[in-house]
Design a protein around this ligand. Structure first.
Ligand code: GDP
Length: 330
């Protein structure tokens, strides 16, 4: 990196720390860049900002499309702004590359929150693998923290593996459900339910209110059958109406209670440490895989060997050994 570039990066870091929103947006654009010539600057920026990061409550929110995530986050976010917090909303949505838009890209979502200078909303980075999208979101989270946001919400659509990626970067993972029955819970992958630190049954209003009551009781019973992730915390089931703004404060109280319990036992620090370690290994795996696929000899042999494996002409083990051998020869 040239001296000039170094200065520019340091200047950008200063502005981010001072809470300059345009600098924040630029910083995130820089770390989202896939251009190789930006990676040095992006790394230097993150190094510079890392000491100022970490001071936020990191909240993950997941749920199927239509459950009311954006309605909820808007209400919840505005409520937190009122209470004096600064709120950043990020998204993990690897499917956003398809439409070019993203789950947060739609301007009608969280309209009021997005207009408030105390909030910062960033759509999911477009393109790339889930791992890549999650990595950039995680880094954006650190940058938001350095910029003084003390609540970071990471949203994801509840349809696939992105929940795990989000749960691995937050302190508390909220699963939003509709007022269905226990049957609905069966329809959601068990693994995702197990990730939940709290369940929020949304749309507990109007005609749906009795159904929401029933659903909450059923979910609570069903969750009790799952192995508890932490002995000090049994995931509660809350009801709310994002539309009417009811039950929003109770969700925040749950977040705060969870934080107090986890901090008291040391589980919060341990979780963040484990997350950082897992992130490093994910980076290593990613980096190695990229280099593996770009290796000229591997690239030459890969397709043919894969075809032979699929045709049953050679075994996966033999093919893998040969490819790894080619890769690690030099
Ligand atoms: P998302 O796809 O999970 O972000 O869901 P949205 O926030 O876009 O909400 C989907 C639809 O559900 C919208 O028409 C909302 O107005 C409606 N909705 C959201 N929250 C509530 C709620 O608490 N009660 C009711 N009755 N409708 C809601």
């Amino acid at each position: 990196m040239s001296g000039l570039q170094e200065q520019a990066t340091a200047g950008l870091a200063d502005k981010v720390r001072a809470g300059d929103r345009r600098a924040l947006a630029r910083a995130i654009t820089l770390i989202e860049s896939t251009k190789p010539e930006h990676s040095g600057d992006a790394e230097a920026l993150l190094e510079a900002l890392l000491p100022a990061s970490g001071h936020s409550v990191r909240i993950g929110i997941s749920g199927v499309p239509g459950v009311g995530k954006s309605t909820f986050i808007e209400r919840f976010g505005l409520h937190l702004l009122e209470a004096g917090h600064k709120v950043a909303v990020l998204a993990v949505d690897p499917s956003s590359k398809v439409s070019g838009g993203s789950i947060l890209g739609d301007k009608t979502r969280m309209e009021e929150l997005s207009r408030d200078p105390r909030a910062f909303i960033r759509p999911s980075p477009t393109g790339g693998t889930l791992g890549g999208v999650a990595r950039r979101t995680r880094e954006a989270m650190l940058i938001c923290e350095a910029a003084g946001f003390d609540v970071v919400i990471v949203e994801t659509v509840g349809v696939g593996q992105s929940e795990t990626a989000v749960a691995e970067m937050v302190d508390i993972f909220l699963l939003m459900l509709l007022p269905g029955g226990g049957d609905e819970l069966q329809g959601i992958k068990k693994g995702i339910v197990e990730l939940a630190d709290a369940v929020v049954v949304n749309k507990a209003d109007g005609d749906l209110k009795p159904a929401a009551e029933r659903a909450a009781a059923e979910y609570y019973a069903a969750l009790g059958l799952l192995r508890a992730a932490n002995k000090d915390w049994r995931p509660p089931v809350l009801k709310c109406s994002a539309l009417l703004g009811e039950g929003i404060e109770a969700v925040w109280q749950t977040v705060e209670k969870h934080r107090a319990v986890m901090e008291a036992s040391g589980a919060r620090a341990a979780k963040r440490a484990a997350q950082a370690g897992a992130w490093m290994w994910a980076e290593i795996a990613d980096g190695l895989m990229r280099r593996f696929k770009a290796h000229p000899e591997v690239a030459r042999e890969l397709e043919g060997l894969e075809r032979q494996v699929k045709a049953g002409k050679t075994t996966p083990t033999v093919a893998a050994r040969r490819l790894v051998g080619l890769f690690s020869r030099d």
